[in-house]
Ligand binder design. Structure first.
Ligand SMILES: [Zn+2]
Length: 227
């Protein structure tokens, strides 16, 4: 598979598969409208697909941008939460995030729009990082910690939106922070997913006491605990 013709064969096959499997009965039952149960904000990294929540068709309102930034897609986030009224929002970061690595490098020569998005990632990292990243440690681990803190910043950013915060406080919206550990930085294996935040709570002992997270207690973990 090298030329675009060959690649388009893949596209054609996938489009045909979508048409063949189109869930017309459930779509009709929902009056042909969209009824997502979750808004998902993830990095657009190809290794963090929206399928972490299963088939996203009419189930997940997906928002993707580099470094999973609320502020770079704020209107889309507001649409999912305030118009589609999803009771759940997930913000997913991941290990080896190119946006986080790039925002820590010299990216001044990048095209303007890309630079602007990286500026936002950089701002988030400065906001979240403080002095919590342990110095002189493994670089991959360091970036994973930054990604985890970046998710916290995005959830704090959601809480700054009064209409969104109101829903959280009234129990109509739960916001969960996830870390997709593609590279076994948490030490439990490649491709594991951890819960790192719930509605702004980042202390793992408190998270484990959250009734809604009871069944998921095993996945509550943080790299940046107690820093
Ligand atoms: Zn990424």
């Amino acid at each position: 598979m090298e030329n675009t013709g060959d690649l388009f064969t893949i596209v054609q096959n996938e489009l045909a598969r979508f048409e063949k499997n189109f869930p017309l009965d459930s779509f009709r039952a929902g009056d042909y409208a969209q009824h997502p149960f979750a808004t998902l904000l993830t990095c657009c990294d190809a290794r963090v697909p929206s399928t972490i929540l299963g088939d996203p068709f009419n189930r997940v309102f997906c928002i993707e941008n580099i470094g999973n930034q609320v502020r770079n897609s704020q209107g889309s986030v507001q649409y999912g939460l305030l118009h589609l009224n999803t009771p759940l929002m997930l913000v997913a970061g991941h290990t080896d995030c190119g946006a986080i690595k790039a925002s820590n490098s010299d990216y001044q020569e990048e095209p303007a729009a890309l630079k602007a998005e990286l500026d936002m990632v950089k701002n988030s990292l400065q906001e979240g990082q403080g002095e919590r990243i342990a110095p002189n440690q493994d670089e991959a681990r360091c970036y994973a910690e930054m990604a985890e803190l970046n998710v916290d910043v995005q959830i704090n950013c959601l809480r700054e939106d009064k209409a969104i915060l109101k829903r959280m406080e009234e129990g109509r919206l739960m916001v969960i922070g996830l870390m997709v550990d593609l590279h076994n930085q948490y030490g439990d294996g490649y491709g594991r997913i951890y819960i790192t935040n719930c509605n702004g709570i980042t202390d793992t002992e408190s998270l484990k006491k959250e009734p809604a997270l009871k069944a998921a207690a095993d996945r509550i973990r943080r790299l940046t605990e107690n820093k």
